[in-house]
Design a protein around this ligand. Structure first.
Ligand code: B12
Length: 109
C-alpha cells in the first residue's frame, strides 16, 4: 500500500558503503514510500536534482566513511536556493570519525 510520500535516499560524497542504503530502501518501500535511490558516491547536487524532479517530501542522506559532516556542509542552504525550502532533510550513518558529544550535535542541528 502506497502512502503517497516520495523520499530521495543516497550515500553522499566519495562514500561507497552500499548495504545500509539498500536496507533503508527496502524498509521505506515496505512502509509504502515511493523511494528514489540515487545510490552511492552522490554529490549534494544529485540529491537536490532528484528531489526537484520527483517533487520529493524528504531527502535522507547516508554517510558511513567518516566525512559526513564535511560532505553535508551547506546542504540546507543549497536546498533553499534550489527552491526546496523547508524540505525534510535527515542525515544518518557514521557521520564523523570517532565520537562527538551529543550536546554539541544537538546545539548545531
Ligand atoms: C562493509 C564495510 C566496508 C566495505 C563497503 C562495501 C560496500 N560497497 O558496501 C569496504 C571494504 C569497501 C569499506 C571501505 C571503507 N570503509 Co568501511 N566499513 C564496512 C563495515 C564493516 C560495514 C558497513 C555495513 O555494511 N554495515 C551494515 C549496514 C546495514 O549498516 P550501516 O551501513 O551502518 O547503515 C545503517 C545505519 O547506519 C543507518 N543509516 C545509514 N544511513 C542512514 C541515513 C539516515 C537518514 C538514517 C536515519 C539512518 C541511516 O541505517 C542503516 C540500516 O540499518 C563498517 C563497520 C560496521 N560494522 O558498520 C565499516 C566502516 C563504515 N568503514 C569505515 C572506513 C573508515 C572505511 C574506509 C575509509 C577505509 C579505508 N581507509 O579505506 C573505506 C571507505 C571507502 C569509501 N570510499 O567509501 C569506518 C568508518 C569510520 C567512521 N565513520 O568513523 C567503519 C565504521 C569501520 C570502522 N569501525 O572503522 N568499508
Amino acid at each position: 500500500m502506497q502512502n503517497g510520500k516520495t523520499v530521495v535516499i543516497g550515500v553522499i560524497g566519495a562514500d561507497c558503503h552500499a548495504v545500509g542504503n539498500k536496507i533503508i530502501e527496502h524498509a521505506l518501500k515496505e512502509e509504502g514510500f515511493n523511494v528514489v535511490n540515487i545510490g552511492v558516491l552522490s554529490p549534494q547536487e544529485d540529491f537536490i536534482n532528484a528531489a526537484i524532479e520527483t517533487n520529493a517530501d524528504a531527502i535522507l542522506v547516508s554517510s558511513l566513511y567518516g566525512h559526513g559532516e564535511i560532505d553535508c556542509r551547506g546542504f540546507r542552504e543549497k536546498c533553499n536556493e534550489a527552491g526546496l525550502k523547508d524540505i525534510i532533510l535527515y542525515v544518518g550513518g557514521n557521520l564523523v570519525v570517532g565520537k562527538q558529544d551529543w550536546k554539541e550535535v544537538e546545539k548545531d542541528s
